[in-house]
Design a protein around this ligand. Structure first.
Ligand code: GTP
Ligand code: MG
Length: 698
């Protein structure tokens, strides 16, 4: 492998909806270029960038994958982004590592919700986007229809640069509207073609699309427009240049067509990626590359003579290897074995066995230049989103913002004694995938795993087993219900045991009353005249607290109440702390039930983004979950709903929302506080809890 500097490098994230053909296309592109050793497929589990056992078994991408193709004196780094919403964390990381985006559309499915999501994300980053219709060999493939759907559903600035010759089984080549030549598939295994004149049967279509392309390019540039209006022919190089500049400004998005299965249009696509996508050096015109050195913001340039700065965009642990860290160099170069500095964590790291990734393979290189993507193994303490730099220039790059988990399960080890192994494995998984999160809920005594969907968590459990040898099971998390009081009452707690030997005596009178939500617990000592000796009063407090932790109605901890101890009596010999604590417990048990106790439940605030066509269904569903709609805000197409919904009604909400909106809605949720459970629902909770307790006792 030869050396490439930033002017010879293209970093392309390949994105789109699930099963649109991204992984197959990257495999075909790399095979045509020679970096893939064989033409792999999803069907037999040999696609270059789907090499994890979980991916091969399921037939879709889970983690982002890197591969490269050398073409026209350039190195194209492909980052294969998983299409499923469950794995969108890695799709965002793929975007962060790239400079340009190849957005793949299936030739029959066209624009889908995942296409929209990723196109919006690319546009938000100001990335140039190149569309490709893949699977043109498939029955019912329809290029014109897909083009129209991109135009109406994604952007009116899309324009075909290539059109297919034949569709479905008769797909046999492509016409390039720049070169005005046809590239007919020649029957080889690596997408070989012969160049020919535009076939006569395609002449009309060709003329129409060619005019559309030239008009579109001319419209983006005043000089070109003038020439076009004067009827001057715009040559190929000028058109290409105009297109590339327009793409950088997101004024145009070219459209291509291929088939990964039959290898048609694959070589042409490699050529266009080199010609139209900005190289890693040019990228700074678009993305101002900045980082922080101490408190200063600094400009970075994708040049070898700048200070070394690289962003770790992915960590993947491999059995027998350890963690593999994938990074993108933003500035400077680095050599194998070089000592670098992790400015995010203030630690040194040695880049032993510096490599470039291509699917599951990693080839060692002596040096990597600015703009390139590389990987290293066995870093000591470097995680996804860290910046590697040097001690002379300790640089930190902006972090990828990963989405918050939306689905939660309780997780526990199937085999007793493996709890610690489980905890370690869970934390390693989080290091690999920041959208997988783990925390311990001290109230319900459960370890909670959060992720982007049920499928995401299932895959995480499979990885846990394969990589860390722990079998874990998921269950619906318990809800941290609480109890509180709604009325005032008072009464006595008297503990007396005086049969032989030293006795026990404690006696107190308490008043209990509700406090506002969130105020917690308050204890007031109102004893006058030493009815209870002051040294025993704290024991009453402890007794009340101990009893309150076990609740009044259904065993949930009692919160937001006040206890005043205002009277009592004592015995000169038999009284002690223990006796007064018992008195406190008894007082609680007598008084609390008289204070009209109720159950409180945790509620989350949801912000749901939903296209208006599904708004009614989403609101209906929310009220079915005892939700309270705080407000809606719309722009005529999309509405943002703010709703407060009890946590007990939200288990697998992500799955349900996905199904009622066909994946078109997104949401975030965060804890919003506790509220009283209404009567009917409270009855159900009490019964359920009793059943659970029986099961625990059995
Ligand atoms: N006929 C035909 N089928 C294809 C082609 N490319 C992909 N497929 C099939 O389409 C399915 C999805 O292909 P993938 O390459 O896994 O698609 P993807 O976009 O990577 O999917 P995710 O990883 O789930 O996002 C697989 O069954 C492929 O065999 C093609 O060019 N022609
Ligand atoms: Mg894939």
């Amino acid at each position: 492998m030869r050396d490439y500097d930033s002017a010879g490098i293209r970093n392309i994230a390949v994105v789109g909806h699930g099963a649109s053909g991204k992984t197959s296309l990257i495999d075909a592109l790399c095979f045509a270029a020679g970096s893939g050793k064989r033409h792999g497929t999803i069907r037999d589990g040999t696609a270059l960038t789907d090499h994890l056992p979980e991916e091969i078994e399921r037939g879709y991408s889970i983690a982002l994958g890197c591969a490269y193709a050398e073409w026209m004196d350039s190195k194209i780094n492909f980052i294969d982004a998983p299409g499923s919403l469950d794995f969108q964390g890695d799709a965002l990381a793929a975007l962060a590592a790239a400079d340009g985006v190849l957005c793949v559309l299936g030739a029959t499915a066209g624009v889908e919700v995942g296409t929209q999501r990723m196109f919006r994300a690319a546009v938000a980053r100001h990335d140039p986007v190149l569309f490709v219709v893949s699977m043109m060999d498939k029955e019912f493939a329809d290029f014109d229809r897909i083009y129209e759907s991109v135009k109406s559903r994604l952007t009116s600035k899309v324009v075909p640069v290539e059109i297919p010759i034949g569709e479905g089984a008769s797909f046999r080549g492509v016409i390039n509207l720049f070169t005005q030549r046809a590239y007919m598939y020649a029957g080889g295994t690596k997408g070989e073609y012969t160049e020919a004149d535009v076939p006569p049967e395609c002449a009309d279509r060709f003329a129409k699309y060619r005019q559309e392309l030239i008009e579109a390019i001319s419209a983006t540039d005043d000089t070109l427009l003038e020439r076009y209006l004067e009827g001057v022919e715009i040559d190929r190089d000028t058109a290409l240049h105009g297109m590339k500049e327009a793409m950088k400004r997101m004024d145009l998005f070219p459209l291509f067509c291929t088939s990964a299965d039959s290898m048609i249009g694959v070589r042409a696509l490699l050529t266009e990626l080199v010609q139209l996508m900005p190289n890693a050096y040019e990228m700074e015109e678009i993305h101002a590359l900045t980082g922080a050195e101490g408190h200063n913001t600094i400009q970075l340039h994708a040049k070898d003579d700048g200070p070394f700065a690289a962003h770790v965009f992915k960590t993947l642990s491999e059995p027998h290897v350890g963690d593999v860290s994938y990074f993108r160099i933003l500035s400077g170069k680095v050599t194998s074995g070089q000592e670098v500095y992790n400015a995010t964590r203030d630690g040194s790291e040695k880049l032993g066995h510096l490599s470039i990734p291509c699917g599951r393979e990693r080839s060692e290189v002596a040096v990597l230049h600015a703009g390139d993507i590389g990987c290293v193994t066995k870093l000591r303490n470097t995680h996804t989103n860290d910046t590697l730099s040097t001690r002379e220039h300790p640089i930190r790059l902006p972090a990828i913002v990963f989405p918050e988990p939306v689905v939660h399960f309780a997780v526990r080890a199937v085999i007793r004694g493996e709890e610690e192994k489980l905890q370690q494995g869970l934390h390693r998984l989080h290091d690999e995938d920041p959208t997988f999160e783990v925390h311990y809920n001290a109230e319900t005594h459960e370890t909670i795993a959060g992720g982007m969907g049920e499928r995401h968590l299932d895959v995480c459990m499979a990885m846990l087993k394969r990589k860390f040898g722990v079998q874990a099971e998921l269950s619906k998390p318990r809800i941290a219900f609480r109890e509180t009081l709604t009325a005032k009452a008072d009464g006595q707690g008297r503990h007396k045991k005086q049969s032989g030997g030293r006795g026990q005596f404690g006696d107190c009178w308490v008043r209990m009353s509700p406090m506002p939500r969130g105020e917690g617990y308050m204890f007031d000592d109102r004893i006058v005249g030493g009815a209870i000796p002051s040294k025993y009063v704290p024991a009453v407090d402890r007794g009340v607290q101990e009893a309150a932790a076990r609740g009044v109605i259904a065993g949930f901890p009692l919160v937001d109440f006040r206890v005043e101890v205002y009277d009592g009596s004592t015995h000169s010999v038999d009284s002690n702390e223990m006796s007064f604590k018992m008195a406190g417990i008894l007082a609680f048990k007598t008084v609390a039930p008289k204070c009209r106790p109720v159950i409180l439940e945790p509620l989350d605030l949801l912000e749901i983004e939903v296209p208006d066509e599904f708004l009614g269904d989403v609101l209906g569903d929310a009220s079915g979950r005892r939700g309270h709609i705080l407000g809606t805000e719309g722009d005529g197409q999309q509405t943002r709903v703010r709703a407060v919904i009890p946590q007990s009604e939200l288990h697998l909400y992500a799955t349900q929302l996905f199904s009622i909106t066909h994946g078109h809605a997104t949401f975030t949720r965060r804890f919003n506080g506790y509220e009283q459970v209404p009567g009917e629902a409270a009855g159900k909770i009490i019964a359920e809890h009793a059943k659970e307790m029986e099961a625990v006792d059995a």
